[in-house]
Design a binder for this molecule. Structure first.
Ligand SMILES: [Zn+2]
Length: 551
């Protein structure tokens, strides 16, 4: 039975999600009967099956702005996919991005490449995927492609062994969809501000029929005028709902009502939990149409980056009742999604990996019950720039030759050459001024970091994993843990400290024993670990190593 009608879905938002995810795909009745129930005490998915065969589907999940602590903090309230993966998977709570700029683009580029940003070429969001050279299909948002991405990813390695291997990558964000796959021209889609899933001309000339059909359903409009209210009774939330630091002091208390206008709904749904349900519904539609994981003869790849957590986290902060509720809703959406995938493809054929692109820090003005941020302050770097600019003018170098992007970035090296000035001499002045500021842990020339003891000096190591020593960024600044830059009005992340870099590293699948793993794991270890699991060989030298999945 195939159920395509959306009429009854308007009854309630929870049924929207359940029905959108579970019913319209495949043979509903048989699928429902076969779906394993999410349960904390469920036995291994492959229990009873002799000799787990090679998976037909690798599902790589990235939750944007999901620090490891979120797995524990709301644990009692999880009952869906997050709970299932946490309780049944091999989980390193001390997973980490061992690089400095803990942002979406470098984080996603590391997930399936097994390499640090210094080797993927993706060091920050601002130096990420956006380009006018690759316009979008059906949207006037800025174009995007992997034009900066260097090297290969897990999908390239899978395809080298079996050219029939298929991949689909889906996200709310362009960079979240593009970078896990690297340069491969395959099915890569993200959400655009006009309410459609799009791709760019880098990948194809026109949207495939199944994407256009999905877009034509205009699912975001189901949420027009709806209110986001807490999922559970009030006594299940420890967080106060009355903090005016959240959402810049506007609309910071539940319920949060969605506007009625179409264009506003298309845009604003991106900052609600419902965005994750749309992303998962689209991913499932793609899985079905592309027949991912449907053939025992090959292994396919489905990458899903869920970024409503990042949007809600930026807007309301990691201490908010809203982020708690976002994660409870994501947990339920993910549970329904996994049930559907398992119903369609069989749980014993699916290998799952889950991580995050970065964590987050609370507002410095908030004395957080969850983070040790009680000394946090804001840092104003403008004086350091003024002093550096004055030195440039005195030396006859146009100040437009540098910019504040990832650090002290030289935009026009020729301007320095013409004036006979060493850029590092000016960068050194910038470093000296920053070191005088309260809230700054350290500031360094890249060439000095290159001589650091990278075994014991984690900050130096993370910067060297981020930026080439001979690149345009000549110096970098590291604020104290939990510090914010002056003028940032939302909750944020991006520092080389644990609160921003510590993320879960999790594997779930046939033959992988459940339980917590002590010790450290790095996100760059995930791709080589999956490759080993699939019995394939990476096509280049990696930064990551194979993690032992057995405890
Ligand atoms: Zn973010």
């Amino acid at each position: 039975m195939r159920t395509r009608s959306l009429g009854p879905l308007r009854a309630s938002l929870s049924s929207v999600l359940a029905l959108t995810l579970v019913l319209p795909f495949g043979t509903g009745c048989r699928a429902q009967a076969a779906a394993p129930r999410p349960s904390a005490t469920a036995s291994r998915p492959d229990a009873g099956r002799a000799g787990a065969a090679k998976p037909t589907l690798v599902l790589f999940l990235t939750i944007d702005q999901f620090g490891s602590d979120y797995f524990e903090r709301y644990g009692g309230n999880f009952s869906g996919g997050l709970r299932r993966l946490r309780d049944e998977g091999a989980l390193w709570m001390r997973g980490r991005h061992d690089h400095a700029i803990a942002e979406t683009a470098p984080g996603h580029a590391s997930t399936m490449s097994g390499r640090f940003p210094v080797h993927t070429g993706i060091a920050s969001n601002s130096q990420g995927v956006n380009t006018n050279e690759a316009p979008l299909l059906g949207s006037t948002d800025v174009g995007a492609s992997p034009f900066r991405f260097l090297g290969t990813t897990l999908f390239d390695w899978m395809r080298a062994v079996d050219p029939a291997t298929r991949a689909l990558s889906v996200s709310r964000k362009d960079r979240g969809a593009i970078l896990p796959i690297g340069r491969a021209k395959t099915d890569v889609y993200w959400y655009a501000s006009n309410g459609v899933f799009t791709t760019s001309t880098y990948y194809r000339e026109a949207l495939p029929a199944w994407v256009s059909a999905f877009n034509a359903r205009q699912l975001p409009l189901l949420f027009a005028g709806k209110s986001w209210t807490p999922l559970l009774p009030d006594d299940r939330y420890a967080e106060p709902d009355s903090n005016p630091l959240e959402a810049s002091g506007r609309d910071y208390v539940f319920p949060h009502r969605m506007a009625l206008g179409r264009d506003t709904v298309f845009r604003d749904i991106r900052d609600t939990p419902w965005m994750d349900s749309l992303t998962l519904a689209f991913a499932l539609e793609g899985l079905r149409h592309l027949e991912l994981g449907a053939s025992a003869a090959r292994t396919d790849l489905l990458a899903v980056s869920l970024s409503a957590t990042d949007a809600v986290g930026h807007k309301y902060g990691p201490d908010s009742k809203e982020i708690h509720d976002q994660l409870l809703r994501l947990d339920r959406y993910l549970g329904a999604f996994l049930d559907s995938v398992f119903a369609l493809r069989g749980a014993s054929n699916v290998l799952i990996a889950l991580t995050a692109d970065h964590g987050v820090a609370p507002y410095p003005e908030l004395r957080s019950p969850y983070y040790r941020n009680h000394d946090a302050q804001r840092v104003d770097a403008r004086n350091a720039w003024r002093t550096a600019f004055a030195a440039m003018r005195a030396a006859g170098v146009d100040t437009a030759a540098v910019e504040n992007d990832d650090g002290f970035r030289v935009r026009d090296a020729e301007a320095f050459r013409r004036a006979g000035v060493d850029p590092d001499a000016i960068a050194g002045i910038w470093v000296r001024e920053l070191r005088r500021l309260n809230g700054v842990l350290r500031a360094d020339l890249l060439r000095d970091l290159a001589r650091a003891d990278t075994v014991h000096d984690a900050i130096a190591r993370r910067w060297l994993h981020m930026l080439p020593v001979d690149g345009p960024v000549r110096a970098v600044v590291t604020p104290e843990p939990f510090a914010y830059w002056q003028g940032v009005t939302y909750a944020t992340h991006g520092l080389p400290h644990d609160h921003d870099t510590q993320v879960p590293v999790l594997f779930w699948g046939p033959g992988i024993p459940a339980g917590r793993r002590a010790g450290d794991a790095r996100v760059v270890d995930m791709a080589p670990t999956l490759a080993a699991r699939l019995g394939i060989t990476p096509l280049e030298r990696l930064d990551g190593r194979v993690l032992p999945l057995a405890p």
